[in-house]
Design a protein around this ligand. Sequence first.
Ligand code: ZN
Length: 432
Amino acid sequence: MTSALSNQDSSQRTSPARHSTQSLDVDGERLWQTLMELAEIGGTPRGGCNRQALTELDRQGRELLIRWCEAEGLEVRFDAIGNIFARRAGREDSADPIVIGSHIDTQPTGGKYDGCFGVLAALEVIRTLNAGGIETERPIELVSWTNEEGCRFAPCMMGSGVFAGQVALEDALSRTDADGVTAGEALKAIGYVGDNTACPTRFAGYLEAHIEQGPILEDTGDTIGVVTGALGLKWFDVTITGMAAHSGSTPMHLRQDALLGATRIVEAVNRIAQSHQPDGRGTVGAFQLLPNSRNVIPGQVILSVDFRHSESEVLETMVAEFRRALDEIVGDSALGIDVTPTADYPPQHFHPECIAAVRQGALAGGYAHRDIVSGAGHDAVFIGDIAPAAMIFIPCEKGISHNEAEYATPEDITAGANVLLHATLSLAGVGE
Ligand SMILES: [Zn+2]
């Protein structure tokens, strides 16, 4: 699959058609209006959006998106997990497509931009090409992945996970929501059980524009994040066992205080992540204390540990340091420590040529940009395993997302869509 792009470096070309697209810009106002119109479906009083996957509101959002796609002459299909593909023909129409998009489902108290920006920026790219009468060599497919958020039905990134073979279709369809409805039933109820054979199976490239969902671009003052990959993660559940005993009658030297050991673990997780900057992350996010009583020495603590890094070897080193820290605690206390791995995803390294196309798009637009590694999961992380992929980040205010207060400026939205436009043109190739 990686060879699909090897002879397609269109930045080397000097055809007149290529020059005519260099000054091409998206219509930022049209894109903004489109984003605001989609956000009305499931819009919340606080200016956010509640359009969870496979609900009636998701159906309405899908219908609107499809109406927009069909107005541009795109051929719309959906697959067995309800991923929507909308195709714009290429001059070499049998060639593998360049695929651009993201997701339109939201969190219950979500914003207007997470996911929707990527899908509607893809639509804006196609509208711009249509308005300019510009043909590409490869076909372009807009994609809207099913259930990226994973809030009504776990896991998150369900549609792209099924597409990439990371999640079995039957497993995904059998997942239930809080009312016991399966994802399969919900998908059928909104009328989006499609046919895989009508959809693309191979991508020549995949590009996803997204809000950063973090504070880095705002902090550095850059408009565009050229996303080179995503952090890998390793999660653990840790149980520290001591002895619950009376806090008055048990002398200090005869205690087995599980909380004392747990606090050393919290401190070690932080220290290990701090020593592997800038990409190291270490978090104890869940913490349960037993029996949690004022006059009882804690007998047991159960906590979660989340380590992340952009490089596999460093992630392994962090875990080895973590295990050494645990051995040390066990060695100089009377505590027992039990560790269970609960998740393990390797770092994603995006495709050099897709990354270069994004960087070139940022340079062409004159946008301040920097390389960045995604700390969050995205559909592109799964798709990057089966096709050349990269992402484009734009800043979001204070790094806030999964929140009704989520905000990105019209200027940054326009900039991100322009970078998507030029990166897509460079990968898809401009026709003669
Ligand atoms: Zn998203």
